[in-house]
Design a protein around this ligand. Sequence first.
Ligand code: GCV
Length: 651
Amino acid sequence: MSSVSGGRFDAAWLPVEAFRAVGVRRVGVRGEGGVVESVRREVREVCGWFGGREVGGGEAELVLEVGEVGLGDEEFLFEFDGERAGVRASGGVGLLYGFFHVVRLGEGAFEGPVRSELHSPALPLRMVDHWDNVAVHPVMGQVERGYAGGSVFWADGEARGDFGRVRAYARLLASCGINAVAVNNVNVHAVEARLLTERIGEVAQIAGVLREYGIRTHLSVTFAAPIVLGGLTTADPLDADVREWWAGAVRGVYEAIPDFGGFVVKADSEGQPGPFAYGRSHADGANMLAAALAPYGGTVHWRAFVYDHRQDWRDRTTDRARAAYDHFAPLDGEFAEGAVLQVKHGPMDFQVREPVSPVLGALPRTRFAVEVQATQEYTGQQRHACWLGPMWSEVLTFRPHGEQGPSVGELASELVAVSNVGDDPFWTGHPLAQANLYTFGRLAWQPSADPLDVLDEWLRLTFGDGDLGGLRTLLAGSWAAYEKYTAPLGVGFMVQPGHHYGPSVDGYEYSPWGTYHFADRDGVGVDRSVATGTGYAGQYGPPWASVYESVESCPDELLLFFHHVPYGHVLKSGKTVIQHIYDTHFEGVEEAEEARRVWAGLKGVVDAERFARGAERFEEQVRSAREWRDQVNSYFFRKSGVPDERGRVIY
Ligand code: GCV
């Protein structure tokens, strides 16, 4: 645990030992100002730990140098000539990324030779969105869907006075390449609305700390701000007074934060105000804000999470999965340059298994960001170990137009994660959930990266070079294990309403939220085919529209997302649907028990506090997995009357 200011907190993947290879050497830092000073501070600190030193002249073994190398701001060159390692960049941010590259390589940075290797991020913006409220919300708490304590930015109703913790967080983010942070919840409540105007000074304080690590600050704003803050009678995006009001508000923001990144907007979604109230389109709304931000180079991130959350479950013509495409695909080409459409990776809401959103293949003329959820709202809420690297990688490597076409990672302009971090001493509640934040950053830097390589990096940095094979296997399989003991075959939800933790098979079955599985005595699943269902499968282009349309070609793991089938339907695996449900639920629990056993074996290897936190979480994971198994299996046994082939206990 570090005990620098901001309270005691875990060093995560940057423990002292991770810096040994740099800290024992003679290091030269060449350049001045801004982020270069952060690099210099890092070098001095780590050399202080290990006996190395900052040197000038030619005696350096590692040179970190800013110069005229003709690179982009975030790029760097790395080389090792047999004696000396070097990082060269055009500016401080590239130098900082180069420094962390050397840290990641450890002694490997001083083996070679390596000739002038260029490193550049594939995506220019790599952002975490905090769903943090300034004031504690009566239902959602301080951090909406937060499972790691209070906010890292806000405490006692205002920006934290002590920024030690924010600085440590910025350092962690920069070390895995994250360069943008939205500091408040997309559901903008009354107190938080004022961050845009009279409380912008507090945002500026946070921005000042994040800037030291090359991170730009973004703010979630309410579309109704001209009314709630400006006293206007309308927020109509085409109204001249409204546009003028926003122009003035943005001017004030940039006076306080000259490098402000821009706005994040959740409009016409789950009760948030938006342009529909004025008969305007989402392009009208986004473009109005883009115009206000344009003189300063800011961006509006406009979320595509727009659907009817007041649905009648009896109405079989409305399908929530269709909503984002129906709203936004027709607007392709209508968004201004400074607007980025922020699209959730799946059509529903961060379930453990969803198809890739068809919207991602339908925006050839729109800048878009893919939004993933590091906070584990539907994947165990940081009480369960669930490493999401393979899920995100599947999304980023999916090719919406077939094998010959580009991947999502190539089509997207940006990658955004809902943050899983709070003021918890371990940052993320479950110490192993730190791997999700790290993996997000590294995949945003290089979406085609093998997530297992990223996991190895994280393990090595966090725990050192010991034998971590068991932990690696545990984490590598943890998403699959979670999927096994929760909602089967892509059908989704089946969670407790409201807080979304733990099983409730019919929890959302008759609710207004549009999240149904339609299980009856004969079968289960949602018919989303064009031929007989909601037509959602037709939102994909070739080849996926036909792959998903037919029961025969639909992949097993998505079968119940796209089709309603009898319990006796035989999967490609050769099992019936009902037997698959029974088997996977028993297996999932066994895997959770095995994970608990692996963690128990790390006693004495992992430091005591982290070990204790993990042990407590694995107890809960096993308890919860059994709860899921028994409820899901009993539910389907009672519905179908089909016994388990293997005669195991089903309640
Ligand atoms: C911030 C889901 C979550 C909400 C969240 C919403 C969103 O519905 O349950 O808490 O609101 O997604 O992404 O806007």
